[in-house]
Write a protein that binds this ligand. Structure first.
Ligand code: FES
Length: 99
């Protein structure tokens, strides 16, 4: 499965560029977006910044925008073709973390 992450970087550098990552097809629909981001960082050293707290779908700390819709990364399954972006790109301090 292929997942794209919109990389948002601190002021002064190009922002909002999609970066695509490939994970094994058997993981399609078998792991949460949070887990997929961890897997991408582990496999590719991508250093994607993202936040999670409760990891149970309660706190909303992990909110991201998936194909334009707001989703909880810890409670949404990663699917082939997803584009994951910060909840609010203008408030992104890095990648998927917003203030
Ligand atoms: S980390 Fe709390 S809802 Fe996802």
């Amino acid at each position: 499965m292929k997942i794209a992450v919109v990389r948002n970087v601190p002021a002064g550098a190009p922002a909002g560029q999609e970066q695509e990552f490939e994970l094994p097809d058997e993981l399609d629909g078998a792991m949460t977006i949070s887990a997929a981001l961890h897997e991408i960082n582990a496999r590719y050293g991508a250093n994607i910044a993202h936040y999670a707290s409760c990891r149970r779908g309660i706190c909303s700390g992990c909110l991201v925008r998936v194909d334009g819709e707001v989703k909880k990364a810890c409670a949404t399954l990663a699917r082939d073709g997803m584009v994951i972006d910060a909840l609010n790109r203008k408030k992104s301090i890095r990648d998927l973390i917003c203030i």
